[in-house]
Design a protein around this ligand. Structure first.
Ligand SMILES: NC(=O)c1ccc[n+]([C@@H]2O[C@H](COP(=O)([O-])OP(=O)(O)OC[C@H]3O[C@@H](n4cnc5c(N)ncnc54)[C@H](O)[C@@H]3O)[C@@H](O)[C@H]2O)c1
Length: 449
């Protein structure tokens, strides 16, 4: 099939590349010239495991092309995927300007039947807005060209995006048209062999499904963080509690790890956007607001624990930070807990000495050159001459720590672990002042009840 994908970010590039890999003829279009130039030269602008070789393979096979030429791109595909960003607006609702700009472009250039597919995460009702926009551009052109708009939200996770796209749990398609259903079935047939994964539903249900999924996952995280904070104050070990509840099949072990808060490009903005959608229809989504509030508070716990451990004496200190990306196996730092931490540290006159396997370029892009940000080549250099260590991301290479060694490296020696990677007792026995989440040492001054 001839397919066009608007946007070559985490979702667009993965979508286009995976669809090319199963034999479709794909054109990816972006307005970012620099990104397209890099892609044309075989330089992949984002880090996603396995993506580089898949892109190169499909470019070589001439099934995957990159362009800034929107006219050619619209002309190319019968399917037009919209996979551009939907960042939060000032009030937290999803900013649809990029999605609607693509709709205008499609309306401007289309000369034959197209299925316009919203793959970006967009609020309920967006497909209608996309349709209206295309219709108004066609009316300006005095052109009568048939098209349909459907919703096909994406559920991939950064870090395992290829696996998720090709072997995902489900493929949700929101449409009321048989023609669209047939075309979407054809598009996804290579991924639909093992069992029926396509789920057809109304456009609105599909749009809401995406937000509901992210809101549910974010709720699980905030719930566990709330219980972890309680466990800490009550003298219980959250790891025991996690095993104790995870064993219940109604609860399960997935997604119940406490930590330093969720980040990334999806959960924070999607929970907020769903709450805004709710209030626009006269419903106050109390649970969603609480999920967000708990997460915001959780992101500041790394700094609070560090400040507590150092008796508030932060100025002039050097703090080692392991992990900058919002989770392992990505270079994405959007809304990452490391950012909340570093910004608080800088505001208190602290120098950050950080290492991340993939996100250091991105960190430099965001914060630029500054004296209080030293990026180093590995985790060992990060702790050299540092006063304390904070672990923000559970990259594999951070999962072992010689307690004696780290005590010898750090001047205080304080370790704040935002991902519960180590055993508090082993750390304490080695003389490390170790703070995790919901276990071991607590900030609370009152004795456990
Ligand atoms: N990142 C994820 O893990 C993930 C997962 C599921 C869904 N989503 C959703 O998918 C959408 C895209 O997310 P992302 O992380 O890929 O975003 P991104 O910021 O990485 O990429 C968006 C791309 O769209 C391009 N773009 C903007 N306007 C354009 C236009 N008019 N024409 C062509 N290209 C244009 C940008 O230049 C950019 O390259 C969002 O709605 C997001 O919520 C993201």
């Amino acid at each position: 099939m001839k397919i066009t994908v608007f946007g070559t970010g985490y979702v667009g590039l993965v979508t286009g590349t995976c669809l090319a890999d199963v034999g479709h003829d794909v054109v990816c279009v972006d307005i970012d010239r620099n990104k397209i130039e890099r892609l044309v030269q075989g330089d992949i602008p984002i880090y996603e495991p396995g993506l580089e070789s898949m892109v190169l393979r499909n470019v070589e096979a001439r099934r995957l092309r990159f362009t800034t030429d929107a006219g050619m791109a619209v002309e190319h595909g019968v399917l037009q995927f919209i996979a551009v960003g939907t960042p939060p607006d000032e009030d937290g609702s999803a900013d649809l300007q990029y999605v609607l700009a693509v709709a205008s472009t499609i309306g401007q250039y289309m000369n034959g039947y197209k299925v316009v597919i919203d793959k970006s995460t967009v609020p309920v009702g967006t497909a209608d807005k996309v349709r209206d926009r295309i219709e108004s551009v066609l009316a300006e052109r005095v052109a009568d060209v048939p098209f349909d708009v459907c919703s096909n939200p994406e559920f991939l996770k950064e870090g395992s995006a290829l696996e998720d796209f090709t072997r995902g749990a489900r493929i949700v398609v929101g449409t009321d048209s048989d023609r669209v259903s047939d075309l979407m079935r054809e598009c996804y047939a290579p991924y639909n062999r093992n069992r029926e994964k396509l789920m057809f539903m109304s456009v609105r249900a599909a749009e809401l499904t995406k937000y509901a999924a992210n809101a549910m996952l974010a709720t699980k995280i905030s719930f566990m963080n709330e219980i972890a904070n309680l466990a800490e104050r009550l003298g219980a070990d959250i790891e025991d509690v996690r095993r104790g509840i995870g064993s219940d099949p109604r609860i399960g072990y997935h997604f119940i790890y406490p930590g330093c808060g969720y980040g990334g490009s999806c959960f924070p903005k999607d929970v907020q956007a769903l709450a805004r959608t709710a209030s626009k229809v006269g419903y106050e989504a109390e649970l969603l607001k609480a999920v967000e509030a708990v997460n915001k508070r959780q992101k500041s716990t790394l700094f609070e624990k560090l400040s507590h451990a150092l008796n508030g004496e932060l100025e002039g200190k050097t703090i080692a930070v392991w992990g900058l990306s919002f989770k392992p196996e990505t270079d994405d730092m959007r809304d990452a807990p490391s950012r909340t931490l570093m910004e608080a540290l800088w505001a208190h006159g602290v120098t950050v000495q950080a290492y991340d396997p993939e996100a250091m370029k991105e960190c430099r892009r965001i914060y630029g050159e500054r004296d209080d940000l030293i990026l180093v080549a590995d985790r060992i250099q990060a702790v050299k001459k540092a006063d304390a260590l904070v672990i923000c991301t559970e990259w594999k290479e951070f999962r072992t720590l010689d307690a004696e060694w780290i005590r010898g490296q750090l001047s205080t020696p304080v370790v704040i672990d935002g991902r519960n990677l180590f055993d508090p007792q082993t750390m304490a026995l080695a003389g490390v002042d170790y703070y995790a989440v919901g276990r071991g040492k607590t900030l609370s001054t009152s004795a456990p009840v």
